[in-house]
Design a protein around this ligand. Structure first.
Ligand SMILES: Nc1ncnc2c1ncn2[C@@H]1O[C@H](COP(=O)(O)OP(=O)(O)OP(=O)(O)O)[C@@H](O)[C@H]1O
Ligand SMILES: [Mg+2]
Length: 236
């Protein structure tokens, strides 16, 4: 059974449809990527899955109908969104931001252990645990946003353009981290304009254009697709 499966999902802003009849599914432990250009509907799709935007169609998560659940319940059941803007509490320390990430959890006794896990994964955050989040560099902010999401022990982690605006070296580090999260058993929905890096990291990929899925397949097949190479993969 898929962890998340959505079918014929449509999302509109007022009367303008931004996501049209999108169907996709994510198996437990899989990294699935949705790639596509600016304005294709990637962020809109994730906002609908977490429940911040209304949608039509069917969404099933852990075998239950998601449309019945409010945002809080979706988060409580392990759905977690790291938004494009990596919103953090700027006037709070790295440590406090991480602890806040664990608030949706019931198993409080596991929090210190998971905090150690995040610091092991991101030594830079450990060094800067007392630093205010607002003074971190772009790459460190993305690490903190990821670390904070992990503190909620997500089952499905949705990452909206984690590489946006970051230098190539940091982008590689972020994608290495995403790939390494596989071992923890978390499933990941990765939305990216950086199509090559996303396909190198993912198991399966979907291509979205003007709100519709136009292509899908195993990531290692898509990465060799000539049409996609010409359109999104920089002609390499
Ligand atoms: N709040 C809004 N009100 C009206 N239209 C919106 C709103 N947010 C997004 N849109 C429109 O919906 C479409 C999809 O936008 P969305 O942000 O989901 O695209 P995206 O694929 O995430 O793009 P990007 O790669 O630039 O982040 C666009 O045409 C956009 O202008
Ligand atoms: Mg977006």
């Amino acid at each position: 059974m898929a962890l998340l499966s959505i079918e014929n999902v449509c999302v509109s802003y007022d009367k303008v449809e931004a996501v049209h009849n999108v169907s996709l599914s994510i198996e437990a432990g899989q990294i699935v990527t949705v790639i596509g250009p600016n304005g294709a509907g990637k962020t809109t799709l994730m906002m609908a899955i977490i429940g911040l935007l209304k949608s039509t169609g069917r969404m099933e998560y852990l075998g239950q109908d998601l449309s019945r659940l409010e945002v809080e319940s979706r988060v409580g059941q392990g759905l977690c969104l790291v938004p494009e803007k990596r919103e953090l509490f700027h006037d709070m320390s790295v440590y406090d931001n991480l602890i806040l990430g664990s608030y949706s959890r019931q198993d409080r006794s596991q929090v210190p252990q998971d905090l150690d896990g995040v610091f092991d994964r991101f030594p830079r955050l450990k060094e800067r645990r007392s630093q205010m989040a607002g003074t971190l560099s772009g790459g460190e902010r993305q690490m903190l946003a990821l670390g904070r999401a992990l503190m909620s022990r997500p089952k499905l982690l949705m990452l909206d353009e984690p590489s946006l605006g970051l230098a190539p070296l940091i982008v590689r580090e972020i994608f290495r981290t995403i790939a390494s999260l596989r071992e923890t058993g978390v499933s990941i929905l990765l939305v990216e304009q950086n199509a090559r890096a996303a396909l190198e990291t993912a198991d399966y990929g979907y291509v979205i254009e003007t709100g519709e899925i136009v292509q899908s397949g195993p990531a290692n097949t898509l990465i060799h697709d000539e049409k996609l190479i010409a359109a999104y993969l920089g002609g390499h």
